[in-house]
Design a protein around this ligand. Sequence first.
Ligand SMILES: [Zn+2]
Length: 502
Amino acid sequence: MDVTRKGFLGLAAGSLAAGAMAGRSVTATAATAKSADAVRPAHRTLIKGADIITMDPAHGEILGGDVLLDGGKIVAVGKGLTADGAEIIDARGMILMPGMIDSHRHVWEGMDNGVVAKISKTVNYYNEYKLRTMVSYTPEDAWLAQYASAIQAIDSGVTSLIDYCHIFHTAELAEQAARGLIDSGIAGTFCYQVSHSPTYKPGDTVKWDDANAMRNAPADEQHWQTVRLLQERVFTGKDGLVRFGLCASPGFSDRPMTEIRDELAKMRTFEPHIIAQHHRRSHVQRPPEVFNQFSQLGEWGLLGPDYHVSHGTGFIDEELDMCRDTGTMICATTMGEHSYPDPSVHGRARQRGVAVGIGVDGALAFTHDYFQHVRGAFYNLFRTDIGKEIASAYQGEDVLDFVTRLGARSIREDGVTGTISAGKRADMLLLKTDRINFPITGLLADRVVNYSNQPDIDTVWIAGVVRKRAGRMVGVDMAALKAKINEASTRINRDGATIRFV
Ligand SMILES: [Zn+2]
């Protein structure tokens, strides 16, 4: 099925069509989000008088500065810039910062916000939820889940992410999942997991152990065919905002190292931008011929600049150095890792030169206000003595680093996004500062890290396209979208509940 689901779902007035339209001058604070004409990729836009957190060491923070965008890129940063014929954005009294980066999110889960509250439920509860719902999605649902959840991400200031897509196992589901993400306008990498082979459906009775084995089943020919289809039909070039990636099959533990070597080698024949995999320190002792500890991947020469570790909690220094030396990236999902037995590694990883970011992870269990995750990354450091030491030397900019400059490295987009610098893609946020409890003094980064919240986001640009303006998503009928999500989520969970595990 190669048509976009947007028309089918009655959401066609959104970002896709709007992306090619022309617009006009506005004042950011006063603009009305009159949909389509505000979403065009501005040919030249001059943002005037903003207080800018560039995250570029060459510029630092600029009070009352200007940024010129041309097409999808930043072309000049400074003071007193002029540009004939450019759209002028009056940003006086507002803070301009790079768009934020989430390097590990299961985007599809945004369909079911709140269904699994991790703080009160067990891992098995989550797995059972997945076993029930993963066979209850239609391709339309897959598109909707990805589209809606990515819209939620953009609304909260996330402009690039790694989507760890670990539920849509068939070719049709995977294709629509990828299209939903792309249609949202967000940037990043869609990582299709080469796993899951469930044969049961709603209404069936299935043995719990069999269902779990199907969930953790390694890649088979069906998955490789889906990879080929995704590359032939969706990811046809290298210049799109969303790149193609893969997730390895789950449950490396106990599998022969030779099998893991062969699976990763096969994955690399498709040249994915990212190969993502969940890893945590294991406290179980297994024989050396089977996978036990992350360091074995390094010893077998399986790491590299395409390899991306989700979590890495409890990694020892040697493993972090292995990541740095091979270009392997890490994402600490610091809010979600609060309940893990080992501490998050983002502070130590950054200190040792690893490309490390942070992320939301479970979109159905944690707040989508990304500023809270940014603060969480700072507070999380205080779980360990070495983390306390690291945190005591931090300024706000060090915390923002995880979601901007360093965050870009953590999704293999170094040099593309993450700072406000000439030549970078125009991924930026404009923040309101006028509420009474937003501080008026101090470094801009300190103020944002400590006090900014999602409702402060006035404008979001991704590749120069305005996706949010005057605090509202542009070209998205939020009420209609929410109604679709509610209908689909209710139906999927109702159908999933008819499966009997024995
Ligand atoms: Zn995860």
